[in-house]
Write a protein that binds this ligand. Sequence first.
Ligand code: NAP
Length: 507
Amino acid sequence: MAVPVAPGTAADPANGNLFIAGAWVDGVTGETFESLNPADRRDVVGRFQAGTAADTGMAIKAAEAAFPAWRSMPAPKRGEIMYRFAELMARHKERLSQAMTREMGKVIAEARGDVQEGIDIAYLMAGEGRRMFGDTVPSELPDKWAMSIRQPIGVAGIITPWNFPIAIPCWKMMPALVTGNTVVFKPSSDTPHCATLLVELMAEAGFPPGTINLVTGSGEAVGDTIVDSPDVPVISFTSSSATGKRIAERAGRRLKRLSLELGGKNGVVVLRDADLDLATDGILWSAFGTTGQRCTACSRVIVEQAVAEPLLERLEARAKTLKLGYGLDPGVDVGPLINPAAVDKVGRYVGIGRAEGDLVIGGSAATAGDLAHGNFFNPTIFSGVKPMDRIGQEEIFGPVLSVIPVADFDAAVTALNQTRYGLSASIFTRDVNAAFRAMRDFEAGIVYVNAGTTGAETHLPFGGWKETGNGHREAGHAAIESYTEWKSIYVDFSGHLQRAQIDNQPD
Ligand code: NAP
């Protein structure tokens, strides 16, 4: 039996409990798993409940029980709770950011940006409580009213990765909640502490018991239970494309609403007229920020042959200066990879890259001094990569950049689009015609001109084409599509039967 330990706040967020029906509880088995600091694996961030199918079932029941009252609460009132949550996050921004750097590894400036994204989407969705537009349109029949409204779907299963441990859960939970759904939240097993801190603030903000439930634990035990449950009609899932496809098959068996945000192989195109210093800044930030572990990270630079050499020289010179280390230490530019398995994976791709291109810089794990206790990998650049090489095609999710020389603009567009992913793309050029052709022809959900591939703002739709997703979008007004059903309503005040498409048409 789950035992309540302290309603309202986690007894000890570093030794996190599950949050079910408004109480912090132990899981049924009481078994725990550790979360480690990726910059120093000797530092145990905390121990967290290894939730089971039974725990997840209880969380789903709690969310179901809370749904009728929550969906009946006027949306502006739901928005007010969200507004309080945004203010709480802003007040606790530094604490959340430091906890994130310790648990996930991104350097502190980026962690602050991650938390800020959570704050921004909470404010945006709080306002959505007073919008949530439907349509009112004229009926084709006299004395008849026609309109459409949005309604919540039910219990939303929210399954998130570790790379944006505050922003992504907020991108998903805020639109789900403001539209009147209740939530079962399963965070990545690499970042349960960030999730616990986040839910603690949600409880403090006043989300009623059962509207938000947190179950830590493995993808198989917790995630699959959410995906398979007939009582969770809507799921939002961010992961690799391989995992996303498996989830889509399972969820498809029950015809669930499923929003998938998956992998990327994002490219920057650099034309011969580009400002090469600006391009270098944008590429380095996109490729090695968050140690290359952003879904929007740049892993391909497609450069016109005429400027390939000077661009490569700049990239190499600047990459050499990047300082690796613990993201809370001043002066550190690049943090660790998330876990030792990620170091192994990046190492394997470097092996493949050595056979396909020319190694310019990096190419090995960084183990000097204290770095040996963490999951560090040196920023790595390959030149002379061909568009269809494996390192130019497969998502590595680490600090590995492939430079692909091409003859001209048309070849650059072809190379950029020659991937099964379609999340983010950018172009550096001073030619306005080329910029507009790129905006039109790049096959990607997000396009930047004279900026890198990262930096999405929360009031615009976020998501990708092709195998990056299944057509849904996070953020912006588009996000609420994932969590609402449309209802079209007709009110006939003529006092007699009127048959659409029949009584208003000549025989
Ligand atoms: P992951 O290993 O696939 O895990 C993502 C989440 O899915 C975790 O909570 C994980 O739980 C859970 N999970 C794993 N297997 C599951 C299963 N069989 N059933 C249900 N849940 C399961 O992905 P990741 O390494 O955390 O994230 C990196 C990937 O996400 C990259 O491919 C990246 O491009 C993508 N991403 C995409 C976007 C976007 O918006 N397009 C944003 C960020 C990241 P456990 O942690 O317990 O295994």
